[in-house]
Design a protein around this ligand. Sequence first.
Ligand code: PLP
Length: 397
Amino acid sequence: MITPLLPTYRRMQVAFERGDGMYLFDRDGKRYLDFYSGIGVVALGHCHPHLVRALQAQAEKLWHVSNLYEIPGQTRLAERLVAATFADTVFFTNSGAESIECAIKMVRKYHHDKGDKGRYRLITMSSAFHGRTLAGIAAAGQEKLTHGFEPLPDGFDVVPFGDLQAVEAAIGPETGGIMVEPIQGEGGIKPVPDDVMRGLRRLADDHGLLLVFDEIQCGMGRTGKLFAYEWSGVTPDIVTSAKGIGGGFPLGACLATEDAASGMTAGTHGTTYGGNPLAMAVGNAVLDILLEPGFLNRVTEMGDALHARLAALQQRFPEHIAEVRGHGLMAGLRVPGVEPRAAVPDLVGRGLCPAPAGDNVIRMLPPLIIENSHIDEAVDIYEAAFSDWSAGGPPAP
Ligand SMILES: *Cc1c(COP(=O)(O)O)cnc(C)c1O
């Protein structure tokens, strides 16, 4: 018999009641170190006082008005994001999938309005994740996402991850853009190498394509820069954001250059909830902290510390850990002999919450406010777990 709650998730048998900074607490008061932040969403930790105050103050003033009116918090957040990035303009959404949808529509409209109506296709990379709308699953092209949901919207050409030659070969007269995650999240914490990032920019320039970076998981300070693409020195035309940008309040954004956004004139796109005053109050509060002098440098320091400790862990347990991946506070352990979907509940039972990802990876996206003591605590738990798994075999799926 179907459960009242649509059973699309295989959920772990734990329910959290409260969160405080780096920690979650269940109904029995047991404490868990959060190394996943609700998929990188709670980027400043649970119930950050600055965010709580911003949300409470706004909740007492105004929750929602339509985008038919001026929303000053939107203008302010857009101006601040524009000042901090490559972008000239921003559209606010409620989720990553909607940001992706905006980006896809923007690419199509761009070419349409330049008189190139047939250039509607986007090249994407295998093992990508671009959200769960029909266009998002078609863009990612993974069988596990698309199976049973066909027919899918047309317009996406998936090439092997990181393969620049395959991207070039896939460019045809109908290609309008290239869309990649600078670091794949769901796919298993896979960074696109810098030379490939630069190659994508070159190909886009040579062929008049728009370059879209999906930074929904890797952006908003996660790697120690506001956006991960900044490490490569490449400038995109469009960036999608969500997750960390709202610090736990549903918020997404599509950032673009003036040229890329040139087709998105009044009436061409819209949203009821996107950019509502509550989301804008929290979004601005998140940015207050991310842009504080020294904050992102501290993320880099903590990311380096985490990676150093994970590298040492790999040396200690080479039979389990084949590879440490990622950048900054976006990290993965590839554990070919362990099923991450079984390992993660085992770790959660020990009081540490990472998450599984593709390619047999245990994924870590801890809150950016992490300190060395939390890294110590996580590594202690991993050591105990890997020791037990060496003695008694890895947990069964
Ligand atoms: C989570 C994610 C999405 C989808 O975001 P939702 O808010 O779940 O719609 C898209 N792209 C990437 C890279 C993501 O990590």
